[in-house]
Design a protein around this ligand. Sequence first.
Ligand SMILES: NC(=O)c1ccc[n+]([C@@H]2O[C@H](COP(=O)([O-])OP(=O)(O)OC[C@H]3O[C@@H](n4cnc5c(N)ncnc54)[C@H](OP(=O)(O)O)[C@@H]3O)[C@@H](O)[C@H]2O)c1
Length: 305
Amino acid sequence: MGTWQWGDTKYWKYGRVHGRKDVEAAFSAARDAGCTLFDTAELYGRGESERILGPLARASRGTVVATKYWPSPRRLRATSVDDAIDRSLARLGVDTIDLYQIHWPMSLIPHGRLAEALARAVRDRRVRAVGVSNFTARAMRRMHARLADLGVPLASNQVEFSLLRRAPESNGVLRACQELNVTLLAYSPLAQGMLAGNYHFGSRPGDGRRWSPRFRDKGYESAGPVVDTLIKMAERHDCEPAQVALAWLLRHPGVVVIPGAKYAEQARTNAAAVEVTLTPDDERELHIKTEKFRYGSLLARPFMG
Ligand SMILES: NC(=O)c1ccc[n+]([C@@H]2O[C@H](COP(=O)([O-])OP(=O)(O)OC[C@H]3O[C@@H](n4cnc5c(N)ncnc54)[C@H](OP(=O)(O)O)[C@@H]3O)[C@@H](O)[C@H]2O)c1
């Protein structure tokens, strides 16, 4: 489960409609439904997401916490990674972070130095496993090799992957993950809620998404046929469109989805997606309807995983 929505007042407008009670209920519902992995970042709500998640995770045995280091251009020394880890540990209130990820490949600290800092953190037991995020296939292969030289496996690459962004299938990231036994953590698996079928022309979300091209007229026009297909398919399976979108991702070996949820009901619905089985006909239909989303934007292609 993703927790960017928890404590983030800027983009997700935490505190306006959804708040602490809602996200705590979402956590409990997710845990009750068997969800174990919770993804956060030092960036989310300037650490507030970690502050909210920490006590919940500590009180619920078996919760796995993944957080992330932000390679800000102000961070010029590898010791920034150690400082960031210490701050995340303090906000989460734990001695060890289960999965520590480099949020973004663009970094003024060379990747080799980042790898050394991550390996040091694993040796010191401040971090259990390390991952990357938004890394291209090439960058992740190089990071995998660097870490392997230091005796540390690369556990994951977190990239945007959904029916409206199928680039990991065509840009080599999915293949590289499967080949190297690296888990692909699919972020924005519901295209920030678009694939749940609640947004249409004239019903733009009241938060930061309203500035996203996906939630403007052209975006609706482009996603409309996919959302309609999901709604019809969900009716046939007696489930929710969001569950069909997640079930489609889960059929890829080595892919774990981290849908963000603000409410208990959303968390329950998303967790139950594992029970939805798509037929070969469903898969064919989704494949055809989303063919144009197989390739990332030309501009982002060389940089984004
Ligand atoms: N590494 C990165 O660079 C990166 C980037 C983005 C996200 N992430 C991670 O990935 C997680 C998930 O991505 P995301 O939050 O961007 O997008 P997402 O999971 O695709 O969409 C989340 C939004 O969809 C709506 N939703 C969720 N479940 C629903 C359901 N069952 N029925 C109806 N609506 C539902 C909710 O918004 P409404 O109720 O308001 O519609 C929710 O805020 C984040 O929380 C974060 O942990 C990582």
